[in-house]
Write a protein that binds this ligand. Structure first.
Ligand code: LLP
Length: 448
C-alpha cells in the first residue's frame, strides 16, 4: 500500500454505481436515482431510516457462483468467512446455495447452529480457540455418522493441538485436523490485514508444522486430513497467491512421501475487491489459477472467501446532516460514523461516498470536502478532500463496498445504536436486522 496517510486524501472521484454489479443509476420519474436491483436507494432510506446497510442478494449469489464456476470440476467446498458478515439471513442464503463456512469463534459456530448448518460444512480457524469452544465444535451436530463435530479444525500451534487431542479423547471422537502453515509470503493491503509472514502471530512455520504432523501421525484422537494457509486480505494480484499455493503443494507432497496422505488443501481467503481504482484479479481468474495448481495433487480444495463475496454487494446508506466551512476546509457531516463503519480509520481504507439521487454523478472539478461523521474524534472522517459535489442537509449518500467487515465491526461508541441491515431481492427490500434502540444499547448494563 502507498503511504497510508495519503490513502483517503484528495482522491480522484469515482462513482461505484458505474461498476458495482446490481447497483446502477436509473430514471425515476423526472429524477435519477441509484437503485439496488429493483429498489431505489432513497426509498430505502425513507422507509428504514439511516444509517442502514443495504445488500443485493443477486450480487452475493453471483460472486459466490463466479468463484465456483472458476473451480470447475475440481472437488471443493467454499467456506464463507463468517467474520466478514455474520447476518443470519445472509448466512442462510449462502447456506441454501450450498456454501460451507469458516468460523473463528464459538459465537460464530452458534450463528450457524441457529440456521441449521451441518458440521460437515464448517471449518474452524483462529489462533486462540478456547477449550470450551473446541469442546462445542467437537459436539456440534454432523450428519456423518462416524465424524466428530465439524469438518476440520485448522490448528495454529502445538499447544492448541494438545488441547484438541485431550478434548477429543474425553469425548472419544476423532476430529479432522489440519495445521495452518505460514508460508512466509508477503501479500495483502494494509499491514493490519496482512498475515502470511513469519513475523505474524498466525499459523506455524513449515518446519514446525512438519514436526507436528510427524509427531502425531499415530495419535488416537487426531485424524490428519488437511493442510491450510491464509496469507492476508485485500490481495489484488494473483502472484502472491500462486507463490504461497505452490509452497503449500510442495509441503503436501512432502507429507505424502512420509506416508501422511491428506484429503484437503485449505487455501484460506484473501482475494481483494475494487474500492476506488484497484484492478483486482477477477474471482474467476483467481479460482482458475488455484484449480490449476490443486488439480494435479488429487485433493479436495477448501477456500474461505469473505470480502470477495460480500464487500461489493453491500453499501452503507446515510444522510447529510450539515455542511460547514471554515477558513481552510469544507465539511459534510453525515449520520453514519466510525462506529458504524470503522474501516477508514482502522485501515485507512477509502470507501467512496456518492449521492444517490439528483444528477448522475459527474467527475468535473468540484469543491473538495471532508466527509465526516458525528462522533467526537478527529479520526471519525471517511474521506479527506473528496469531490462529492453539491449536497444539502437531508440528501442521501452511499458509502460503497461496505458489505464486508462493515456491520460486523460496528460498535456502540458515543452511545450510538448500531445500524439496520436491509436485503434487496429484486423489487423487494427486507429488514434483516433492525436498528438498535437505546434499550438494546443498555441491555447488558447493571445499575447499582
Ligand atoms: N480465513 C481466515 C483464516 C482469515 O483470517 C480471513 C480473514 C479469511 C479467511 C477471510 O479473508 P477475506 O477473503 O475476507 O480477505 N477487518 C479487515 C479484514 C480482516 C481479515 C481477517 N481474516 C478489513 O476490514 O479489511
Amino acid at each position: 500500500m502507498n503511504n497510508p496517510s495519503q490513502a483517503r486524501k484528495n482522491l480522484e472521484y469515482v462513482d461505484p454505481a458505474r461498476f458495482t454489479p446490481h447497483f446502477a443509476w436509473k430514471a425515476r420519474g423526472q429524477a435519477k436515482e441509484v437503485y439496488c436491483e429493483g429498489v431505489a436507494l432513497p426509498e430505502i432510506a425513507e422507509r428504514f431510516g439511516t444509517p442502514t446497510y443495504v445488500y443485493s442478494r443477486r450480487a452475493i449469489e453471483e460472486a459466490y457462483d463466479e468463484l465456483k464456476s472458476g473451480l470447475g470440476s475440481l472437488p471443493h467446498l467454499l467456506c464463507f468467512a463468517v467474520k466478514a458478515n455474520g447476518n443470519l439471513s445472509i448466512l442462510k442464503l449462502l447456506a441454501k446455495r450450498g456454501s460451507g463456512f469458516d468460523i473463528v469463534s464459538g459465537g460464530e459456530l452458534d450463528h450457524l447452529g441457529r440456521i441449521g448448518v451441518r458440521g460437515e460444512r464448517i471449518v474452524f480457524s483462529g489462533v486462540g480457540k478456547r477449550r470450551e469452544e473446541i469442546r462445542e465444535a467437537l459436539r456440534y451436530k454432523s450428519s456423518r455418522k462416524s465424524a466428530a463435530g465439524i469438518l476440520q479444525f485448522n490448528v495454529e500451534s502445538s499447544a492448541e493441538l494438545e488441547v484438541l487431542a485431550e478434548e477429543a479423547s474425553r469425548q472419544r471422537v476423532m476430529p479432522g485436523v489440519s495445521v495452518r502453515v505460514n508460508p512466509d509470503v508477503k501479500a495483502g493491503g494494509h499491514p493490519h490485514i496482512s498475515t502470511g509472514l513469519h513475523e505474524h502471530k498466525f499459523g506455524v512455520s513449515w518446519q514446525e508444522a512438519r514436526a507436528m504432523y510427524l509427531a502425531h501421525r499415530h495419535a488416537r484422537y487426531i485424524r490428519w486430513q488437511g493442510i491450510s494457509a491464509h496469507i492476508g486480505s485485500q490481495i489484488v494480484e494473483l502472484g502472491p497467491f500462486r507463490q504461497a499455493l505452490e509452497r503449500l503443494a510442495g509441503y503436501l507432497l512432502d507429507l505424502r512421501k512420509q506416508g501422511i496422505a491428506l484429503k484437503y488443501l485449505d487455501f484460506g481467503g484473501g482475494l481483494g475487491v475494487r474500492y476506488t481504482k484497484e484492478q483486482p484479479a477477477s474471482r474467476k481468474a483467481y479460482a482458475r489459477m488455484i484449480a490449476g495448481v490443486v488439480r494435479p495433487l488429487g485433493v479436495e480444495l477448501l477456500l474461505e472467501p469473505g470480502r470477495a463475496i460480500i464487500a461489493q454487494a453491500g453499501i452503507l446508506l446515510s444522510r447529510v446532516i450539515y455542511t460547514k466551512r471554515n477558513s481552510r476546509k469544507s465539511f459534510v457531516v453525515i449520520d453514519a460514523a466510525m462506529n458504524d463503519l470503522i474501516r477508514p480509520v482502522l485501515y485507512d481504507a477509502p470507501h467512496p461516498v456518492t449521492r444517490v439521487s439528483g444528477k448522475k454523478a459527474q467527475s468535473r472539478a468540484r469543491e473538495r470536502m471532508d466527509v465526516v461523521g458525528p462522533v467526537c474524534e478527529t479520526g471519525d472522517c471517511f474521506l479527506q478532500g473528496w469531490p462529492l459535489g453539491k449536497v444539502t442537509p437531508g440528501n442521501v449518500v452511499a458509502l460503497w463496498a461496505a458489505g464486508a467487515y462493515g456491520m460486523v465491526q460496528a460498535s456502540n461508541y458515543n452511545g450510538r445504536g448500531r445500524p439496520a441491515e436491509v436485503l434487496v431481492e429484486g423489487k423487494r427490500a427486507r429488514l434483516i436486522r433492525r436498528r438498535e434502540t437505546q434499550d438494546d444499547v443498555l441491555r447488558t448494563d447493571a445499575l447499582f
